[in-house]
Design a protein around this ligand. Structure first.
Ligand code: GRF
Length: 203
């Protein structure tokens, strides 16, 4: 299977997926990594793994619609079976989401539907939550609102700050994202409108 990964930053989830492809855990390969930021460290990771990279800066486009059309074209060059958002910090247009419907995944650092959007770790701390975590979901037009496939929980400790909590969540991200990508590449995972199915079971 051909996988295209979109990033904006560090790319630690990208790394986990690259590693899982190399080891054979994911029956697929990352065909390309595309970033909207030229200085994203994930681009270095991709280069080191011999994966083709492209920077597509939103600053060169007059509108979100035009950017997302160019992004769609750039992705389609690689004929992906699956498109993965891994810290891609852009809101996507409905046209983009529809184009890749059923083959577009995201990881979000909260136990969705809690804490959609940004600063999720601080919000979990501020709310006094005793548990927090991350979610892998299919992307739909609802921002951070598509059907959840898999979640991992972590405890929140009294002395946590946003950074210590983020690190604990990140470890779980690196575990569950490759697992979900493996399922997808094994043809076990499907999206039907607003539902996610694994091995014929509604999740
Ligand atoms: C992760 O926390 C992910 O949940 C969120 O963006 C962050 C990306 O981290 N969507 P990295 O670039 O994969 O290290």
């Amino acid at each position: 299977k051909s996988i295209v990964v979109l990033i904006s930053g560090s790319g630690s989830n990208l790394q986990a997926i690259i590693d899982a492809c190399s080891s054979g855990f994911i029956p697929g390969k990352v065909s390309a990594v595309i970033s909207n930021k030229a200085n994203a460290y994930g681009l270095v990771r991709a280069n080191e793994a011999g994966i083709s990279t492209q920077v597509l800066s939103h600053k060169n486009y007059a509108s979100r619609d035009k950017y997302d059309l160019a992004l769609t074209d750039a992705i389609e060059q690689h004929k992906p079976d699956l498109v993965i958002l891994a810290g891609f910090m852009r809101i996507l247009t409905p046209a983009f989401v529809q184009h890749f419907n059923g083959r577009l995944l995201n990881i979000h650092p909260s136990l969705l539907p809690k804490y959609q959007g940004l600063t999720t770790h601080q919000r979990a701390i501020d709310a006094g939550d005793s548990e927090h975590g991350c979610s892998v979901h299919f992307v739909t037009e609802q921002l951070d609102g598509g059907p959840v496939i898999l979640q991992a929980k972590v405890p929140v400790f009294a002395d946590d700050d946003a950074q210590s909590l983020a690190e604990r969540v990140h470890e779980q991200e690196h575990r569950i994202y490759p697992l979900v990508v493996r399922w997808f590449c094994q043809n076990r995972l499907q999206q039907h409108s607003d539902q996610a199915w694994l091995d014929g079971n509604l999740l």
